[in-house]
Design a protein around this ligand. Structure first.
Ligand code: ATP
Ligand code: MG
Length: 280
């Protein structure tokens, strides 16, 4: 970001369990990166229920990553409010807000250290918990059987270079996912990176996501397959929400989402998944 103004750390205290359900309401939200630039979020209205799995799709530059950043209050809105579990996020201490939401950026960086220090920087969890999370995201094998499946198994003591440069982009995202699993966030924001997420990585993420439906999950997806079986799809274009609804509703509506599906290479597979006529 260009401006390095100190962020205001004031705010009300929230309960230690906040957010306990992950109920997100975005109202009349408008934002621009600077006064001389156009709106990047243009009158966004969205309600995301507790435990809902929502896929954000749309062309590059549509404002998908910006929408996730707005939930973390990375910049001031021009207008509008965001509440999480009924609390206006602009009133909460920034530190609390960002610690209580699980977020995986499009291009995550890691700290130099080890896998252990990256997963558990404050040394709060036993190794067994950390290892279980690594197994869930397929970065560590849990049995002989899946050793062949995992390209490179990591151990808690594997070293991590500054920024995570010695670990692949997809692995960095998986490691962040493992960190989020350990912390049991009720609201998870995942900004999927196309180039990084190969099919296996995507499947690992899917399995983890499916296993635990107690969390509200907002996923920016470049591959429609990732979100084809989600509860809701939000299509963005030029900073606006142009369509929202269940995948099957939107497919029937023959609008923007339908267009994206039909223009995908795997359109017939997508249609099968969405209409439930697939083995998955
Ligand atoms: P992609 O699919 O490529 O990740 P996106 O939908 O996530 O795209 P955003 O990153 O949210 O798109 O960007 C939305 C718009 O805001 C784009 O026009 C982009 O150029 C602009 N933008 C993003 N970050 C900044 C910034 N820090 N300063 C100024 N403009 C920005
Ligand atoms: Mg993006």
């Amino acid at each position: 970001f260009q401006y390095l103004e100190t962020e205001n750390q004031d705010g009300v205290d929230v309960e230690s369990g906040w957010p306990s359900t992950g109920y997100v309401q975005i109202q009349d939200f408008r934002m621009r990166y600077s006064t001389d630039l156009p709106l990047v979020l243009d009158n966004i209205n969205l309600t995301i229920g507790p435990g809902e799995r929502v896929g954000i799709v749309g062309r590059t530059g549509a404002g998908k990553s910006t929408l996730l950043l707005a939930l973390l209050r990375m910049m001031k809105p021009e207008e509008g409010t965001i509440t999480i579990d009924g609390i206006d996020t602009s009133k909460i201490k920034l530190h609390d807000l960002r610690r209580r939401i699980g977020y995986i950026p499009q291009n995550p960086a890691l700290f130099s250290g080890t896998i252990r220090t990256n997963l558990d920087p404050f040394n709060q969890y036993p190794d067994s918990t950390l290892e279980k999370a690594l197994q869930q995201v397929m970065l560590m094998s849990s049995s002989k059987a899946d050793q062949s499946y995992i390209s490179q198994t990591l151990s808690l003591d594997s070293s991590v270079a500054a920024g995570g440069e010695n670990i692949s982009h997809g692995q960095r995202q998986l490691l962040c996912l493992a960190r989020i699993l350990i912390q049991k966030h009720k609201l998870i924001l995942l900004d999927e990176a196309t180039s990084a997420v190969d099919v296996r990585t995507d499947e690992a993420i899917q399995r983890v996501i499916r296993a635990d439906q107690e969390q509200t999950l907002i996923v920016v997806a470049h591959r429609l397959k990732t979100v084809a079986t989600f509860d809701k799809i939000v299509v963005m274009d030029s900073g606006k929400v142009v369509e929202q609804g269940s995948p099957s509703e939107l497919l029937e509506a023959r609008g923007a989402f339908y267009g994206l599906v039909m223009n995908s290479k795997d359109s017939s597979d997508l249609v099968a998944r969405i209409t439930g006529k697939s083995r998955m």
